[in-house]
Design a protein around this ligand. Structure first.
Ligand SMILES: [Fe+2]
Ligand SMILES: [Fe+2]
Length: 181
């Protein structure tokens, strides 16, 4: 398996997670109740699988390797990826604040959830597309074949810092059953 295959599988996971989040955003837009508990589970997946694992694989492992392979990793494209990861982190923190709020949401809380949720979905969608169109082909092209195993090993190490992959998969499946079936 190539490291980009691992990242692509994670993108598929992120797209499925976004599909669930979009259901909650749509419900809030229609002024229907939003389950805080479901929102908390979605945010945990964003934090522990997307930010702590996927973004770290891209930023600390892949960019480093591409830099060593002669790719200009301070280029505009890579700087934009890092900036978008930071923006996502900020938006996820804001959504977590909404999820953990003890009191009932006011009308302004609801509107804020809808606008932050929509912004995250839009950013995430654009971000995945950009990486798939530019970063992934570049990585397939420039990552030396002799470094593939070392990168996969570094990816494995990062798996330990987030939510267990199997737990994350079953959490997402449960959310999909609840919101997408
Ligand atoms: Fe990314
Ligand atoms: Fe990515």
């Amino acid at each position: 398996m190539h490291p980009v295959d691992v990242l692509q599988q994670e993108h598929d996971f992120i797209e499925r997670l976004c599909a669930v989040l979009s259901k909650l955003v749509e419900a809030a837009r229609r002024k229907e109740p939003v389950s805080r508990e479901a929102l908390e589970r979605i945010i945990a997946l964003f934090r522990e699988r997307v930010d702590l694992v996927h973004h770290e694989k891209e930023e600390t492992v892949l960019f480093d390797e591409l830099g060593r392979a002669g790719v200009n990793w301070t280029s505009d494209a890579m700087t934009r990826i890092r900036t978008e990861h930071q923006q996502e982190r900020y938006l996820i923190r804001s959504l977590r604040h909404s999820a953990l709020q003890q009191e009932e949401w006011t009308e302004s809380d609801r509107q804020s959830f809808v606008s932050i949720g929509a912004e995250l979905l839009e950013l995430q969608h654009r971000h995945l597309e950009q990486e798939q169109a530019h970063l992934f082909p570049l990585a397939r092209d420039r990552l030396p074949a002799g470094r593939v195993d070392a990168v996969l090993l570094d990816f494995e190490k990062l798996e330990r810092q987030g939510m267990d992959c199997a737990v994350a998969a079953s959490t997402l499946e449960a959310l999909e059953r609840q919101y997408l079936s």
